[in-house]
Design a protein around this ligand. Structure first.
Ligand SMILES: [Zn+2]
Length: 246
């Protein structure tokens, strides 16, 4: 795979492939995240308006997520969505990148007014903005593509490599490959469409998202048995520092 504009999702008559759980896929997705971030930093810098300047600061430091995904998901009727897509949490950065990251479905999807995924999932994003997180934009886009093709998401696999940058109280910037709790819940819902999700871990290998079928326990919020924290552990991340300080 080459990084940059060539990577995209398309609807095809190909069947869904078993998930590619090699380290190579995580490396490809990592390269795409870094490439898009680098381009965003470059393209946002010369723009003078305040929103672009703020996005530039976030792209360089903390507060902007790039989530790239390798997708092979059925949509019914023998068709499927195949390819690689990147979702960026910033609308400003997406504008600056001229189409190499996904739009992320409709604004109604992003604001939780329109269902995404599939009927069985019965899922809308919560209204607080998580519907435009990087991972959400990829799944929104897939939902829209399925709808436009007269189908719905069903079966197959998605491997995500999340590049989330956040500040520490002491001012350092950490990087994490974890989805936030709201994106975690969205991924739980996506499983109800038969989609197998994996996430690239701290050592650059895909980790099954929910191997013990424990999503429901997250709602109970018992910290000793919280599947979100268990995922964090399986991902090889530090609970505070993620994959580490940049
Ligand atoms: Zn999120």
């Amino acid at each position: 795979m080459t990084t940059g504009n060539s990577a995209a999702m398309t609807v095809s008559v190909a069947g869904v492939a078993p998930p590619d759980l090699s380290s190579t896929v995580c490396q490809e997705l990592d390269a795409k995240n870094k490439d898009e971030r680098k381009k965003a930093i470059k393209e946002l810098k010369p723009q003078a308006d305040r929103k672009s300047q703020r996005a530039h600061t976030q792209a360089k430091g903390a507060g902007m997520t790039f989530s790239s995904a390798k997708v092979s998901v059925g949509i019914g009727g023998g068709s499927s969505i195949q390819g690689v897509a990147t979702g960026c949490s910033s609308g400003k950065a997406r504008e600056a990148l001229s189409g190499s990251t996904v739009k992320g479905g409709t604004s109604e999807m992003q604001t939780g007014k329109e269902k995404v995924l599939c009927e069985q999932a019965n899922y809308t994003h919560s209204g607080g903005g998580s519907g435009s997180h990087g991972e959400a934009k990829v799944l929104n886009e897939m939902s829209q593509m399925a709808k436009d093709a007269g189908g719905s998401l069903q079966g197959g696999s998605v491997v995500f490599n999340v590049d989330w940058r956040y500040s520490r109280p002491d001012g350092g910037v950490c990087e994490s490959g974890m989805p936030c709790r709201l994106c975690y819940r969205m991924m739980c819902a996506a499983q109800k469409c038969g989609i197998k999700i994996s996430l690239c871990d701290a050592s650059g290998k895909p980790q099954p998202f929910d191997p013990d079928d424990e999503c429901d326990k997250e709602k109970a919020m018992d910290p000793s048995d919280d599947p979100y924290l268990k995922l964090d552990k399986r991902m090889g991340e530090d609970p505070l520092l993620g994959r580490g300080v940049l």
